[in-house]
Every structure is written in structure tokens, then in C-alpha cells.
Design a protein around this ligand. Sequence first.
Ligand SMILES: [Zn+2]
Length: 401
Amino acid sequence: MRGSLLVDNIGELVTNSPGGDGPLGIRRDAALLVEDGEVAWIGPARDAPAADRRIDAEGGAVLPGFVDSHAHLVFAGDRAAEFAARMAGEPYTGGGIRTTVGATRAASDDELRATVRRLRGEAMRQGTTTIEIKSGYGLTVADEARSLRIAAEFTEDTTFLGAHVVPGEYADRPDDYVGMVCGPMLAAAAPYARWIDVFCERGAFDVDHARAILACGQAVGLGVRVHANQLGPGPGVQLGVELGAASVDHCTHLTDADVDALASTGTTWVSGFEPTTVATLLPGAEFSTRSPYPDARRLLDAGATVALATDCNPGSSYTSSMPFCIALAVREMRMTPAEAVWAATAGGAAALRRTDVGRLARGARADLMILDAPSHLHLAYRPGVPLIRQVLHNGVPQCRQ
Ligand SMILES: [Zn+2]
């Protein structure tokens, strides 16, 4: 959108940048100017420059848009019955992924695209302005490539997850499947992917297979992410650190050595950007599988960088709501509200190695939300309440709620 836009009458401006108070870089009595899709100026409201248009925040808090660094949006069908069975006492094993694979293979491109569009819109209305989207429900060369082609219509952060599970037709020859993932499937997927990911877990891919697959992806220029230590302790976190992964995701079952390994990659807390291996926590998955939550406090106290994401998928976490994840993180994972908001914005950006999102400072993308509340605290304090009044994406106002 051309022209300048001033956002003023802001109750509290969360910048995640130096120059404000505390780890969130909070500024009061501030205004923010948008030009050409970027933040052009932040300063005291009394010094605000003239602008072509104005948005009155009406005393509401303004935050950077959420960065949801872990979502599986390209799929067909749902698994509500499996959820109901689980709530009636059946354990979660990850085996239901194959149900979604069957439905996804049978769906048309337009059906898959419509689902991504619907969920992307749902997330945007809840403040998410950057979202990562994975493949992983096709698991053939053609279906993985088309999943990523469709994902790339909606985001820059697309992730090749051909190694989600071994599909049924390869159940008795996983080595052959891994060879296919590293060969023709990667070749077909890589043009549409920025990242490669592996589900490194008992029942999915062991550490040798995971290492081989991630190395093949790195060799063609993809960045590394890992699904690790969700269902039990395992080698996934250490593998991710070893390979310089941008993020290891889930981190529900960690040894002290895992925590130390993550902390050794450094902290991206207030100041700026460092290429750490982020621990991305996905509490929607624990909620939806009625499992113990990861201990965020332990990671934060050790000095690791923590992100929050939705893991939006039809089996184990069918939510697109970052505010819901923030509320869970505060209530169940011993994060402070400030830590949770940081993890859902700047933490997600770190997990995607992005410096243009997750913060509000001159030159950052003008991705922000205006709350119907005076402070970021209300995101956890008022769980389940639609507090996000307006979202700007690339400086463009999205539909109001
Ligand atoms: Zn996932």
C-alpha cells in the first residue's frame, strides 16, 4: 500500500528491540509510522510526523505480529474421531499421520489450497503474520512436491518433511524410503523449500536415518529443523545441535545434556540476532494429546532460546491460535507472560532465522497487531478471548474481527 500510515494512541508498544523497557523493549506514549510496508519511524507520540492516514489504537497494546514457526497446513480430512478416542483414554502414538496421508493423496490441488487459505486466514485473524508451512502428508515424490508448491503460494518459509513417517507401502523397507527421500523426492521438493525437517522419534526415523536425510538437504542448501524428543527421550535434540539446526521442535522430554547442548548455542534474548539452535515448544500438541508439557523454565534458566509455535495439524494439535499457546505456556510451562510473548514473536523469528519480522524497529516489516486490551499481559490473563482487534501485514490493514 502506498503512502504513509501513522499508528498512535498506543497503550503499550512492544518492540522486542533496544530502546524500550525490559526484554520486550516496551515503549509508552509512542507512535509508529509505516511506509512502503516497513516500519519507518518509532518515537514519542508528541513528535509523530505527519502521515497520509492514521489508525487510532484507542489505548490498546501494539505488538509485533506472531511468528508461527511450526505448522502443517497442507492436508485433507480431519481426525476429530481420533481426538475423541484419545480423550476417552487411548494413547497418542503418531500412527494417525498415515490416515491424513491417504486423504491428502486423494485430494485435488484446489482442495489442498483451500484448506491452507482457510487456516492461513484463521491464523492471521489471531495475529499471526508469518507462518512456516511443512509438507509431510504426501510422502510420494509428486505429492510432496505439490504440497510444497502450494505452501509456497502462502509463505516464504516452506519446509520439506518427506521424512514425517515411513508410508505404509514402505513399512517393511525403511532404508528404501530414506533413499527415495534423499534422492528423487528431495530433488523434486527442493525448488519449493527453504527448510528440511525430520520426525526423529521412535516409530518414525532413527538417528542414522535422520542424520542422512538432513545432511542431504543441507547439501542442496536447505536449512535444518528437527521434530525431536516429543514422545520420549531420544537423540533428536543433540542431532539438531550437531547439524546447526535453526530449531529443534517439541523438546518435551529432555535430559540435562540436551538442555546444556541447546544452551551452548547461545541466547537471543533482547539484543539482536544470533544464529542459535532454538528450542521451539508446541504446547498445543501436549494439550491435544493430554501429555505432560515441556518445561520451558528449565530451558530459559539454562540460557537456551525458546520459541512458541502452534504445530497446527489435523492429528495432534488442530489449533492455529498463538494466543492459546501463549496462555498454555504461562499457565502450564512456567513462562512469564513477557517470555511467552517474546517466544511467540522474536523467538519464532529466531527459529526461522529471520531478522525482518518478530520485532518492531525501523526497517522491520510492518507486521503488527492492535489489542483490545492495554497490555500484552492480557493475552495470557484473558485466555480464549478474541483480543486482537486489528492486524497489519506488510503495512496493510487486514479485515477487522
Ligand atoms: Zn509438527
